[in-house]
Design a protein around this ligand. Structure first.
Ligand code: NAD
Length: 295
């Protein structure tokens, strides 16, 4: 049985760690929030008192943290997670961060004689709960081979995008598109409402028409159209506006480096920033719908 340390038990990490436990893995968990650790302990995890305590006797470490600064400081900062692991340990970072930071962290892990995979995910909190996430991996063949059976306990589709950092490049391209789709879908639904249509009816029409996309299928932004999505739970849980803004910044920075033209993403970023600055940083990103609401 694999011994796994899981660090970062937020909206995504908690259900992911739970699926590892369900698959029969021995899971030790840590988060800065005590309640998050207790919740996982009640589901069969071993509770650690610190990140370094969590990783000291495991085969695999998985981190699911908000942003690059958290990942870098945990792996390479004062605590130095890398040095707290045994040589040969596989370290998987599933946070969404910039490719360069993933490469820096990955190089430090490999230099210390450990294995590294960047494996950001797609599928949202529903995918994390159902164990149907998509993992987009970057790393060398040996590390990918070892990571695959572990990630299959939490995901359905696994892709090897290329070397270290490649997973992050693919992920930010996907999320840039998602930001545009969510804003565009919100705009279209509000136009329909403003012209007297029922948002549920127009959603059903678009689902069977050429405007069909993932946000309509799985994550409708208009309250009451779909059950069990953040829009129908006052935009609580899910993927926070501030995290979408982080990903859009990563995409825009990558575009600046490669001199790519990304006008749709630039507009989406302005909208999500405006929405965040109106006090919506911690709401789910589908709350961008409220920006178009005239009521
Ligand atoms: P979150 O803010 O809900 O969770 C992050 C957790 O990390 C928090 O519980 C926080 O306390 C913990 N943490 C931060 N620093 C830590 C440290 N040094 N040691 C231990 N714990 C620490 O965020 P989330 O929604 O779970 O997202 C996590 C990552 O996954 C982000 O990079 C996000 O962009 C990405 N992501 C999120 C979604 C989504 O739908 N929420 C989907 C795909 C990818």
């Amino acid at each position: 049985m694999n011994k796994i340390a899981f660090i970062g038990l937020g909206n995504m990490g908690a259900p992911m760690a739970e699926n590892l436990i369900r698959s029969g893995m021995q899971v030790t968990v840590f988060d800065l929030v005590d309640d998050a650790v207790s919740a996982l302990k009640s589901k069969g995890a071993k509770a650690a008192t610190s990140a370094t305590d969590a990783v000291k006797d495991v085969d695999v470490v998985i981190t699911m943290l908000p942003a690059a600064k958290h990942v870098k400081s945990l792996y390479m900062g004062e605590q130095c997670l890398i040095n707290a692991t045994r040589p040969g340990t596989l370290m998987i970072d599933s946070s969404t961060i910039d490719a360069e930071s993933a490469r820096v962290v990955g190089e430090a892990v490999k230099k210390a004689g450990r294995l590294f995979v960047d494996a950001p995910v797609s599928g949202g909190t529903a995918g994390a709960q159902a164990g149907t996430l998509t993992f987009i991996m970057g790393g060398d063949a040996e590390a990918i081979a070892k990571a695959t059976p572990v990630l299959q306990c939490m995901g359905k589709n696994l892709f090897h995008a290329g070397d270290t950092g490649a997973g992050q490049v693919a992920k930010i391209c996907n999320n840039m598109l998602l930001a545009v789709l969510m804003a565009g879908t919100s705009e279209a639904l509000q136009l329909a409402i403003d012209n007297g249509l029922d948002p549920k009816v127009v959603s059903d029409i678009m689902l069977q028409s050429s405007g069909c996309n993932w946000t309509l299928q799985k994550y409708n932004p208009c309250p009451g159209v779909m059950e069990n999505v953040p829009a129908s739970k006052d935009y609580q849980g899910g993927f926070m506006v501030k995290l979408m803004n982080k990903d859009l910044t990563l995409a825009m920075n990558a575009a600046a480096t490669s001199e790519s033209s990304t006008p749709m993403a630039a507009t989406a970023q302005s909208l999500y920033k405006l929405h965040q600055n109106k006090g919506n940083a911690n709401k789910d990103f589908s709350s961008i719908f409220q920006l178009f609401d005239k009521s």
